[in-house]
Design a protein around this ligand. Structure first.
Ligand code: ASP
Length: 341
């Protein structure tokens, strides 16, 4: 009887432990590996319909499969993160590319960056309005110029000269995002604190991907419309190498959340630096930065991260984060809410 009880307890512990591991930190299944996010925030089950939940899971899976196909056929981590991010940029579900949030002036201004941890190269664009896939603009800055970051019309000219597809700014218009802007502006105008809080999560929703290829190289990419109602040409953390995106030979990180906090705390690089200088694991480093350091100062958000062994961390201090991963010979796994939900 006693033995039976012990076995039962062990079973409960084992199941729970595995569930927690699966939801946040996943032990390696080796190379190749891909992890993605579609933004963090107060994403609650009660605010979603079964159909919208299903739509997010399906699009995250599509993005994971697009990247994984490349990795599986021997492609590079850079190619894989680009493929995954493009799927999400082309979907109105996410705050990147089509579906980007609106600025206070009613425009869509996008930021994106990419870093290849294999050779340390990086590229970024900020405040662009006409490049269909901002992540491709970041990649051409990385590959075709001697610079790391370009902004506004200069970045757009460079993207056009590099052969990228430009679109009319109206391509980025979506009814849903316009309504979010109007509601937030109305609430701010009359200083309805409750309402502002209610709409505050319309500010988030970036996309990102981190991949490890068969050669052991890691790349990270992030793309966003920024934060709803952003003002004065505001640029967030997503195009800032070290803040919203970072990759080296130890790990790769892509962040989402309140960008000002990510910039001030150099979040993506801080995670990599902790691993390098303190010799802590990926899961420990992300926990220290997201759950301790950022949370203590009300910096809402999360990261996806991957180390050179293929260990994954999807850590966030908000109610939810659209996220998922895929590893060798496994099916894509996607999540939306916190483990408690
Ligand atoms: N980090 C992005 C920014 O501040 C927003 C987000 O992740 O949703 O621009």
């Amino acid at each position: 009887m006693k033995k039976c009880k012990l076995f039962f307890l062990f079973l409960v512990f084992f199941t729970l432990n595995n569930f927690l591991l699966e939801a946040q930190n996943i032990k390696t299944n080796g190379k190749p590996t891909l992890v993605i996010h579609g933004g963090a925030g107060t994403i609650l089950k009660e605010n979603m319909t079964p159909e919208s939940e299903q739509a997010y899971h399906a699009k995250l899976k599509e993005a994971l499969n697009a990247g994984h196909e490349i990795l599986d056929s021997g492609g590079t981590s850079e190619e894989a993160v680009i493929a995954a991010v493009i799927v999400m940029e082309n979907s109105p579900l996410f705050n990147a590319g089509k579906g980007a949030v609106f600025t206070s002036e009613g425009t869509n201004e996008m930021d994106a960056s990419i870093m290849n941890g294999g050779d340390g190269s990086a590229g970024a664009v900020a405040g662009i309005k006409t490049v269909k896939n901002p992540i491709l603009a970041a990649q051409v800055v990385k590959n075709n110029s001697v610079h790391v970051m370009m902004s506004g019309s200069g970045a757009e000219s460079f993207a056009r000269d590099s052969g990228l597809e430009l679109v009319e700014p109206s391509y980025f218009y979506t009814e849903r995002r316009k309504k979010q802007l109007e509601k937030l502006q109305k609430a701010e105008k009359v200083k309805e604190e409750g309402s502002i809080n209610k709409w505050k999560d319309y500010k988030y929703g970036t996309v990102g991907a981190v991949a490890l290829d068969k050669d052991g190289n890691i790349s990270a990419a992030t793309s966003t419309g920024g934060m709803t109602n952003k003002k004065y040409g505001r640029i967030g953390d997503s195009p800032v190498i070290g803040a919203g995106t970072f990759a080296n030979q130890i790990c790769g990180v892509s962040g989402t959340g309140h960008g000002e906090y990510f910039i001030r705390n150099v979040v993506a690089y801080d995670i990599a630096a902790r691993m390098e200088y303190k010799s802590v694991s990926l899961s420990k480093a992300t926990e220290e930065v997201i759950m301790n350091k950022l949370k203590a100062i009300n910096g809402g958000g999360g990261v996806i991260a991957l180390d050179a062994d293929g260990n994954i961390s999807m850590t966030f201090n908000t109610a939810g984060m659209y996220r998922g991963y895929i590893q060798k010979k496994q099916k894509a796994k996607t999540f939306i809410f916190n483990v408690e939900d």
